[in-house]
Design a protein around this ligand. Structure first.
Ligand code: BYC
Length: 316
């Protein structure tokens, strides 16, 4: 009986913290469903950062100058860092990084659909920075105010780095647009391929989003998928105009009444196919990650053995 009352008090205290927009911390009591939903979202986010290294890393050896190579190397390295902050945040919920990696390579957890598209030209490095990191910032700035402390704090640093990534992408595309006709054509072709997948990063429409309502009630998400998608479109259209590229959507038009752009509907069949594993690069991305995990086994074993030997010598 006492236990039931205690549980109710804990739940009431949790609800009060959420209602005041205060933070839930790792040692606080939280409902299992809140914990599981956080693990789901933070793990998916961490996996996206790590899998997201692959499409851009594809161009490191073929970057057109030493400067571009150094920038790209640093960016891909930053994504690894983001993955580590996020896996650490997730571990505070009582799940190990090993376990999370296994869930990824066994296909039991998702990662962002956007990274299942190939990078076919060097312009894609710029487009990913501009559109993909741009969409990530739109989605992630509100997550700095998410209700779970370690996640929100990780997001602050990630967002600072993502905005640098977004600018480097835009700067690269600006340089290409000032170049030859061939370079301009490469940029346009790349934007044509990435525009719709970038809009899909925000998730399904609000009517189709199974998790939004509960995640908003818990303060995990601060805006719906459609709200953030609209914010991204409104932010990006003037940038496209300044760049001199056309966004591949005949329905894209300013709506005076709404004070926002109207735009077309993403191909949701394509989105769900990619999410379910049938995108152009799903198999390749996961196989690569699995190979890296298998080949790194000896490093993990050696590090564990070393840590154990240090402990033994400390005891002595
Ligand atoms: N791809 O109920 P919904 C980055 C899943 S940026 C794959 O609306 P929720 C980076 C969703 O998980 C990318 N799956 O879900 C940038 C759910 O399935 P489960 C990562 C998707 O959670 C540059 C189902 O569809 N960013 O890392 O309320 C360089 C129904 O969706 C996608 C984040 O993860 C998708 N696009 O909202 C390198 C940000 N969309 O889990 C790296 C944090 C939806 O029920 N995450 N699904 O089986 C979020 O803000 C939210 O989780 C989402 C989805 C807006 C993505």
């Amino acid at each position: 009986m006492t236990q039931v009352v205690d549980e109710r008090e804990l739940e009431a205290s949790f609800e009060r913290t959420i209602a005041h927009n205060d933070r839930i911390e790792p040692r606080d009591w939280m409902p299992d469903a809140y914990r599981n939903s956080l693990i789901r979202q933070i793990a998916q986010h961490a996996h996206s950062e790590i899998i997201g290294m692959q499409p851009e890393a594809n161009w490191i050896t073929r970057a057109p100058s030493l400067r571009r190579k150094a920038i790209l190397l640093a960016k891909v390295q930053d994504e690894a860092g983001h993955g580590l902050y996020l896996y650490s945040a997730c571990e505070t919920l009582g799940v190990s990084r090993d376990d999370l990696t296994r869930r990824l390579i066994e296909g039991r957890q998702k990662y962002s659909s956007i990274f299942n598209y190939p990078t076919l030209s060097y312009a894609d490095v710029g487009t990913i920075g501009w559109l993909v990191d741009g969409a990530a910032i739109c989605n992630q700035v509100p997550l700095c105010r998410t209700s779970y402390g370690p996640y929100g704090r990780a997001m602050i640093r990630i967002c600072k780095e993502e905005s640098f990534h977004q600018r480097q992408g835009y700067e690269l595309l600006t340089t290409m647009m000032r170049g030859t006709d061939e370079q301009r054509a490469l940029v346009q072709e790349s934007v044509d391929r990435f525009w719709w997948p970038a809009l899909m990063m925000f998730g399904p429409s609000d009517e189709q989003s199974a998790n939004t309502e509960q995640s908003m009630a818990w303060g995990i998400k601060r805006h719906t998928n459609d709200e953030l998608r609209q914010r991204f479109v409104d932010m990006t259209v003037p940038q496209a105009q300044a760049l001199g590229v056309t966004l591949p959507d005949p329905d894209l038009v300013w709506n005076e009444e709404r004070g926002a752009y109207d735009f077309g509907t993403p191909d949701w069949d394509e989105f769900w196919a990619v999410v379910k594993g049938d995108g152009p690069c799903n198999a390749q991305r996961v196989a690569h990650r699995r190979r890296a995990w298998d080949e790194g086994a000896w490093v993990r074993e050696a590090a564990t053995a070393f840590a154990a030997s240090q402990q033994t010598s400390e005891v002595r």
